[in-house]
Design a protein around this ligand. Structure first.
Ligand code: GLU
Length: 310
């Protein structure tokens, strides 16, 4: 059992050691993200019992971006089952950047992972709905239930993405031509772009993770949001591809499933115990928050959470 004092001091130490670390650069291929204050830095832990520990700018709401892929995967797993997701999308790392076209070429156009852009758009297209609006509302509702918060879209961010997402549109058409897109491709790209354009704070992100850590039961609201049997599949996908093409390094050094986003958020989950969420906008070359990785890794190490440690 992790003591409250131990968790709070791990959070404080990690924040004070790495919360002002230099290095990295805001994502700028989405104009909105380039304008976020790079000095922001927050760290939060939410346990499977719903206890919350924080340090830094944990009230600031940032762009969920790629972390939304975890929520949409969770919803698609509710609509189908792990075998269907494995067959229609995949459960392997691509070993290439998150928006790689070459990854499709190399693997017979199968996206391989719901946590890269191609697989994420395919997953969005799988979500059961009779219209784009219904699909979007179901995805938004899932984000809200996982975070136990009224997570909402930022119109400014969405506009910034929708007017610059030409590369994702190209990927969506490639998937469609290969039979790996399960709705109209432009509709899937539109809804995917909206799902990336919601804002949440570090505590809400940690709550999302704590819900998965506790077998799909949101520890803040006590609602069973996900089928417990689906949670291992989410965690496995996060381990394989959640930290872009340094997912292997994250497993090797931290030993937990993780997911990051180009908005600067990082989520890492100790199954059955807790989730750690960190936020800071400057990214390393593969797209992971420089400070976020260091803060989250330091908490995991201080609390001895590495899953591979016997
Ligand atoms: N909306 C972003 C994109 O599609 C998300 C990328 C990310 O966070 O990895 O490029």
């Amino acid at each position: 059992m992790l003591e409250h004092d131990a968790i709070q001091s791990a959070v404080n130490d990690a924040y004070h050691s790495f919360g002002q670390e230099t290095g990295g650069k805001n994502a700028d291929y989405i104009p909105f993200l380039a304008g976020v204050d790079p000095s922001l830095s927050g760290l939060a832990v939410v346990t499977a019992k719903g206890d919350i520990f924080t340090a830094g700018d944990t009230a600031y709401r940032f762009a969920i971006e790629s972390i939304s892929k975890v929520c949409t995967l969770a919803l698609a797993l509710e609509d189908f089952d792990p075998q269907t997701i494995q067959q229609k999308i995949g459960a392997d790392p691509t070993g290439l950047p998150f928006n790689s076209v070459m990854a499709l070429e190399l693997h017979g156009d199968k996206p391989l992972s719901p946590l890269v852009n191609a697989g994420a758009m395919a997953t969005t297209s799988l979500v059961k709905a009779s219209s784009a609006e219904e699909r979007w509302q179901r995805i938004l509702k899932m984000q809200q239930r996982l975070t136990s918060s009224q997570v909402a879209i930022s119109d400014e961010l969405n506009q910034s993405e929708q007017t610059t997402n030409f590369h994702n549109k190209g990927i969506a058409w490639l998937l469609y031509s290969a039979g790996f897109m399960y709705s109209d491709p432009m509709e899937a790209c539109d809804v995917y772009t909206r799902q990336c354009s919601t804002l949440l704070n570090t505590v809400e992100l940690a709550t999302l993770g704590a819900t998965i850590a506790s077998g799909g039961r949101n520890p803040v609201t006590n609602e069973q949001v996900l089928t417990a049997a689906n949670c291992p599949a989410i965690l496995a996908e996060m381990t394989m591809e959640g930290m872009y093409d340094s997912s292997g390094d994250w497993a090797y050094t931290v030993g937990l499933p993780g997911k990051s986003g180009v908005g600067g958020g990082i989520l890492t989950i100790a199954p059955g115990k807790l989730a750690i969420a960190a936020f800071s906008p400057p990214l390393d070359p593969v797209g992971n928050s420089v400070r976020g990785q260091k803060m989250a890794a330091a908490v995991a190490q201080a609390l001895k959470l590495n899953l591979y440690q016997c």
